[in-house]
Design a protein around this ligand. Structure first.
Ligand SMILES: Nc1nc2c(c(=O)[nH]1)N[C@H]1C(S)=C(S)[C@@H](COP(=O)(O)OP(=O)(O)OC[C@H]3O[C@@H](n4cnc5c(N)ncnc54)[C@H](O)[C@@H]3O)O[C@H]1N2
Ligand code: MOO
Length: 422
């Protein structure tokens, strides 16, 4: 007798896999290689930035008190006793009505507390000495970048688990991290199953298709921050699949197979999990696509049986595998970001299951809009190309109409814009 599968709600499926989501290991890498990785420890400022008062302009460092009577009718002359550029420090003392010519980024001379921009001065030479003249007063602190105004020593700059972006790389360099402790990328194995599968470089023959899932999932794994390990494709042969999967498990942190999880004669994954002694967490989810997504655990290691249908495979990965990977990378926000958007097309087809519609989000009259990115069937591959989001349409008896507000899971922002920006 064929066992009936009971679909469980999406949140229940997510919470079952998240019970096995654990933090991963650390590794130390050179700063040059850190872009896109995830910090494995808080980044704490061990000094002020800047660590000395400095000039933000090219000009003259003065004692503000000497400028207090300056005006259009009362120009005041300062003797220029020294010139310093960024990277140098003053060697001369500045007395009353004396100034140091100072360049942007140079350390403020000790006695000075204001900087006069070059444009506000006139310069002259007399008897071999240099002078500058100003016609307005300056207050103490005018045009000074103070020690610690950017970052105060002891502050937590970036939390553990943060994705390293260009700005974070700048901070790492500022604080002298030539090596960075990051989360080790988990290794996620991929096996594509199906006798119908051809390699990418093989010519099409009747009944066979090229294996696209392995390449798609591999990119999804990379986008999530992990390292894909592609083992190859397997024909629909129980013994071959069983041995291959058993051997792969020890080489990876997570194992993904695609195909063979439904109820067909050659859908061997359920029997393979049973023979491995793995505990099946669920084998049917109340969602479309990806209802057949099956996840099992063996000694705490997660085995994902994603659908063979490309779009079902894609959605199953994003909802159930991505957050486990992100947790290993120390993220405390491992799930896709949910935003509100206005539906920009009618979606009349009702479905009892929650739909995750491959969609494109855009910006329209100041609002985020969302449009399905193509044919919404589990077995299509073309609508994935334009998808930067998954629109969530809860199950029910009615369809959805243009203008309705819906929830959207944001996948990425890769879209550029034409010039001028509109
Ligand atoms: N009687 C039933 N039939 C099906 C059910 C069901 O509940 N009862 N569920 C349907 C749903 S929903 C889905 S989704 C699919 C899932 O099937 P499997 O995950 O077992 O996947 P396969 O049967 O192996 O393949 C499905 C489809 O995808 C193509 N495929 C497989 N691997 C790849 C790959 N690596 N790259 C590209 N395309 C691939 C394969 O050729 C099939 O066309 O089952 C429904 N059936
Ligand atoms: O698992 Mo299927 O994708 O619901 O069509």
């Amino acid at each position: 007798m064929v066992e009936r599968r009971t679909p469980i709600p999406v949140p229940e499926a997510v919470s079952r896999v998240m019970q096995f989501a654990v933090e991963g290991e650390n590794e130390i890498i050179p700063i040059e290689a850190s872009y896109g990785r995830f910090l494995a420890e808080d980044l704490i400022a061990d000094h002020d930035v800047p660590h000395f008062d400095r000039s933000p302009y090219d000009g003259f460092a003065v004692r503000a008190i000497d400028t207090k009577d300056a005006g259009q009718e009362n120009p005041i002359e300062f003797e220029v006793v020294e010139e310093i550029g960024a990277g140098s420090v003053a060697t001369k003392q500045v007395g009353a009505y004396q100034a140091i010519r100072i360049m942007t980024g140079a350390q403020m001379p000790e006695e000075c507390d204001a900087v006069v921009m070059l444009e506000l001065t006139t310069e002259l030479e007399r008897d071999g000495k240099k002078y500058m003249v100003i016609k307005r007063p300056f207050k103490s602190g005018d045009n000074v970048s103070f020690q610690g105004e950017d970052v105060a020593k002891g502050s937590v700059l970036v939390k553990k688990g943060t994705h390293i972006n260009p700005g974070i790389k700048a901070l790492l360099a500022t604080f002298g991290y030539h090596q960075v402790t990051v989360a080790k990328r988990p290794i996620v194995g991929i096996y594509a199953t199906g006798t119908e599968l051809l390699d990418v470089d093989e010519a099409l023959v009747p009944g066979k298709i090229r294996n696209s899932n392995a390449f798609m999932v591999s990119a999804q794994i990379q986008r999530a921050g992990a390292e894909p390990k592609y083992f190859g494709k397997l024909p629909d042969n129980f013994e071959l699949c069983f041995e291959a999967i058993r051997n792969a498990i020890d080489q990876v942190d997570i194992l993904i197979t695609t195909g063979g999880v439904s109820v067909g004669d050659y859908d061997y994954l359920p029997a393979i999990y049973e023979k491995l002694g793995a505990e099946v967490l669920f084998n049917k989810i109340a969602m479309r696509p990806g209802s057949v997504t099956t996840v099992a655990q063996l000694n705490g290691k997660l085995l994902y049986g994603l659908s063979g249908n490309p779009s079902a495979c894609y959605v199953g990965f994003e909802l159930l595998a991505r957050p486990v990977i992100r947790t290993r990378l120390f993220s405390n926000k491992p799930h896709l970001q949910k935003i509100k958007a206005v539906l920009h097309a009618d979606f009349p087809k009702p479905n009892p299951f929650t739909r995750f519609v491959r969609s494109t989000i855009g910006f329209d009259e100041g609002k985020v809009s969302v449009t399905p990115s193509g044919l919404d069937k589990s077995n299509v591959v073309s609508s994935l190309a334009g998808a930067n989001a998954l629109m969530i349409l809860p199950g029910g008896t009615r369809g959805y109409g243009r203008g309705m507000e819906v929830d959207v899971l944001y996948l990425e922002d890769q879209e550029g814009s034409k010039w001028p920006w509109a």
